[in-house]
Design a protein around this ligand. Structure first.
Ligand code: UDX
Length: 441
């Protein structure tokens, strides 16, 4: 079996590499020559644990290659995956599908013999149908089927998510297409992964429904956390208490500064738009989007409150800038809203992130970037943990006391406990665990 993967962004590169690890022949295609040259030399442009090694071994075995030549890659392929970007349209929220449609047209010109065209990019309901129409119109003689096969890859654990998924969703409507897809995922049949065959539209919607459900779950626990602070409850015990109910489940109930990243914010907005377009609004997701946006900025208010009401003229030390650990991705990271609000309030910001600083420097040029954890705190008035990287989990608080002007820690990921920090002599502020006397307003 041969696959052409169009687009070597996050999804395309991880999926293409993992398919080659399954034993398939994969050509990853991108129009960006510089990118392809670097990939050919084994240079991975994104930070994803384990990916570089997997690219190296599969490229060396000859199963994985990189090319700018879409035509030859598609001509020889049994299946062509479209994994190009679908960014939010500026000021709108609809997914921008121009790259998907351009790829469909180019693929149409290159098809030779029966080919399955698979949308891997996250695309709104109806996109697969439109890809079908474009290919038919461009090449009336083409022998093909369009399939939807959404990804459920989490940054930082994408390889494991691909190799050992909870399920694979395939929107395919002919037996021939289903058979090809079955062969591509043959390795997962052996480990009894549930594989769900649906219509095109259903598969497309499953992806959005899954992501927005998870975004809603996080937003729910974030609001419960705020209430916990007011009534004197502990959000982690509440999460455990509800999560043990199999109907609710334990995962994605960790409170924090609001969800970010390349998927949840964009997909939630896009689903809201689709639902509005079809006259069937998803008010619950509209609310989730609104709450999450406001929550990020509200984190800056917490930091100001921890500093006695104002950060004007003060220095805030921030640990962690990426939207979550084990990635260099800064897209829609809570740190962006927090830093912006603190700068507006007159603070000086010192920051450190293990992988995200190159990108952060471009997005937030007014921050002082430091070379390590402790250099960040030197001379600062408050310490804030925004992203829960492992290296921030065992800080030396005696040393920190000597670096900060006052021992104040705002822990937006709850990686420490109020008891330990009280013992260390810190004024400790966290999420959803009352550190002050509760009561109604
Ligand atoms: C997500 C989906 O999980 C994945 O299936 C999809 O295909 C792509 O989008 P990703 O964006 O990589 O993956 O990260 P994820 O681990 O889901 O976290 C998203 C955001 O939610 C992060 O900002 C994270 O900090 C936040 N989060 C997650 C919480 O605040 N609490 C939680 O309990 C879980």
């Amino acid at each position: 079996m041969r696959i052409a993967m169009i687009g070597t962004g996050y999804v395309g590169l991880v999926s293409g590499t993992c398919f080659s690890e399954f034993g398939l022949d994969v050509v990853c295609v991108d129009m960006d020559e510089g990118k392809i040259d670097r990939l050919k030399q084994g240079e991975i442009l994104i930070f994803e644990p384990g990916l570089d090694q997997l690219v190296k071994t599969n490229a060396a075995s000859g199963r994985l290659s990189f090319s700018t030549d879409l035509k030859s890659a598609v001509k020889d392929a049994d299946a062509v995956f479209i994994a190009v970007g679908t960014p939010s349209r500026r000021g709108d929220g609809h997914a921008d599908l121009s790259y998907v449609y351009a790829a469909a047209e180019e693929i149409a010109h290159a098809i030779d013999g029966y080919t399955v065209i698979v949308t891997k990019s996250t695309v709104p309901v109806g996109t697969g149908r439109e890809v079908q129409r474009i290919i038919k119109e461009t090449r009336p003689d083409a022998n093909f089927d369009v399939v939807s096969n959404p990804e459920f890859l989490r940054e930082g654990s994408a390889i494991n998510d691909f190799m050992r998924p909870d399920r694979v969703v395939i929107g395919a409507e002919t037996d021939r297409a289903k058979e090809i897809m079955r062969q591509l995922y043959r390795v997962l049949y052996i480990i009894e992964t549930p594989i769900l065959f649906t219509s095109l539209e259903t598969s497309e919607l499953i992806k959005y429904a899954a992501n927005t459900f998870l975004a809603a779950k996080i937003t729910f626990i974030n609001e419960v956390a705020d209430l916990c602070e007011k009534v004197g409850a502990d959000v982690h015990d509440v999460a455990k208490g509800i999560g043990l109910d199999g109907r609710i489940g334990k995962k994605f109930l960790h409170p924090g500064p609001g969800y970010g990243g390349s998927c949840f914010p964009k997909d939630a907005l896009a689903l809201v738009k689709t639902a509005q377009d079809y006259g069937s609004p998803l008010r619950i997701i509209e609310t989730v989007v609104d709450i999450n946006d406001k929550r990020k900025t509200a984190m800056a208010d917490r930091i100001m409150a921890a500093c006695g009401g104002s950060v004007d003229g003060k220095t805030v030390a921030i640990l962690g800038l990426t939207f979550k650990p084990n990635t260099d991705d800064m897209r829609d990271s809570p740190s962006l809203a927090i830093v912006s609000a603190l700068l507006d309030a007159g603070a000086t910001i010192k920051a450190y992130d293990p992988e995200g600083m190159d990108e952060a420097k471009r997005m937030m040029p007014d921050v002082i970037y430091c070379e390590d954890t402790y250099a960040t705190m030197d001379g600062a008035d408050v310490l804030v943990i925004v992203t829960e990287w492992n290296e921030f989990r065992s800080l030396d608080f005696a040393r920190i006391k000597g670096l900060l002007s006052a021992p104040i820690l705002v822990d937006l990921r709850n990686i420490y406990t109020p008891e330990d920090l009280a013992q260390a002599g810190f004024s400790y502020h966290c999420i959803g665990r009352a550190t002050r006397k509760p009561g109604p307003r």
